[in-house]
Design a protein around this ligand. Sequence first.
Ligand code: GSH
Length: 214
Amino acid sequence: MRLYGCHNTRSLRAAWALEEAGAPYEYAFVNLFKGEGRRPEFLALNPGGKLPVLVDEGFALTESGAIVAYVADRFPASGLLPADARRRAECLRWMFFAIGELEQPLWTIAKHRFALPAERRVPAIEPTAAWEFGVAAGLVADALGARAFLVGDAFTAADILVAHCLSWGASLKLPLAPALESYRVAQLARPAARRAVEREKAAAEAAKRMEAGS
Ligand SMILES: N[C@@H](CCC(=O)N[C@@H](CS)C(=O)NCC(=O)O)C(=O)O
């Protein structure tokens, strides 16, 4: 398998899932900050020019949520997607919630702070998006209660997506309730999450060194 990614992007979700699953994979660094997502060879993989992309024996998959689910299916022993139908449904429910409810206000803030062309930005939208994130995060906090994981008593793919969104929120300086902050920190401290962060960082640093040397 080959994961196309870049540090500080949604590709961390995919790398984290691969690390949790113990999957062997190559990491291909695509420097989004230098426009490499617009290169023809990358657009051939993902016409949208976005990361992450996972390629598994010629099968190219985009969308971070779908990639995490695919990794979970390819490596069932990882337990990332529970086998029991209702547990699995709960897991999918939180995965969809992460992408549809938690992530959207974050993406709105990021787009209107820096990602959109300057003439398209509407900074006045930010307080509303921050409020929406707070409402969605509150629902996660209520569902979690004092438990360590979102689904049953085991780590699943839902924790990857939700914890990643909460970290994104923290990096945008949005407040998190103490219990949610503890949950986020605990998930990101997992050895697999740390390895994924390191793998992405190391790939970026290696590319930088190569550039400096060439
Ligand atoms: N819904 C997609 C969003 C992917 C996305 O927007 N990725 C960003 C990095 S986090 C990207 O590649 N942006 C480059 C661009 O828009 O040109 C997913 O979850 O995979």
